[in-house]
Design a protein around this ligand. Structure first.
Ligand code: 5GP
Length: 107
């Protein structure tokens, strides 16, 4: 699904793109800033696979998320269906702004 947004097949607001990573504004934001940092490759379903397979790519995602958050932020990787993961193409949620109301942790 994220790959189809990247290719332009379905709409989405891409706020940043590098050679290996793109950043999408979440369609259902749970914080004033809610971005999804996504590797272009679909090889990794979750952060555990990504950390094992390409730690440099994971580090690039974290760095880009920090840059775009523009201050303190929460970084969430839902990992597995029971943890709320719905898209099995690894992505980091970057949440910033006022985080006092709810979060991905307790939805
Ligand atoms: P997960 O639940 O897998 O951790 O996160 C998937 C995220 O993708 C959710 O926060 C959801 O709001 C977001 N999402 C689902 N479909 C779309 C879409 O078509 N466009 C965008 N921008 N975000 C989406």
């Amino acid at each position: 699904m994220f790959a189809r947004i990247l290719s332009g097949e379905i709409p989405g607001e891409i706020v940043r793109e590098t050679d290996r990573v793109f950043v999408l504004r979440d369609i259902a934001p749970q914080a004033p800033v809610h971005l999804l940092v996504i590797p272009k490759t679909e090889d990794y379903a979750n952060v555990v696979e990504l950390a094992a397979g390409d730690p440099a790519l994971l580090a690039e995602m974290v760095g880009l998320g920090a840059e775009l958050a523009g201050g303190d932020f929460r970084l969430v990787f839902n990992t597995g269906e029971d943890a709320g993961q719905t898209v099995f193409h690894v992505h980091a949620h970057v949440l910033a702004g006022d985080l006092s109301e709810g979060s991905l942790v307790d939805r």
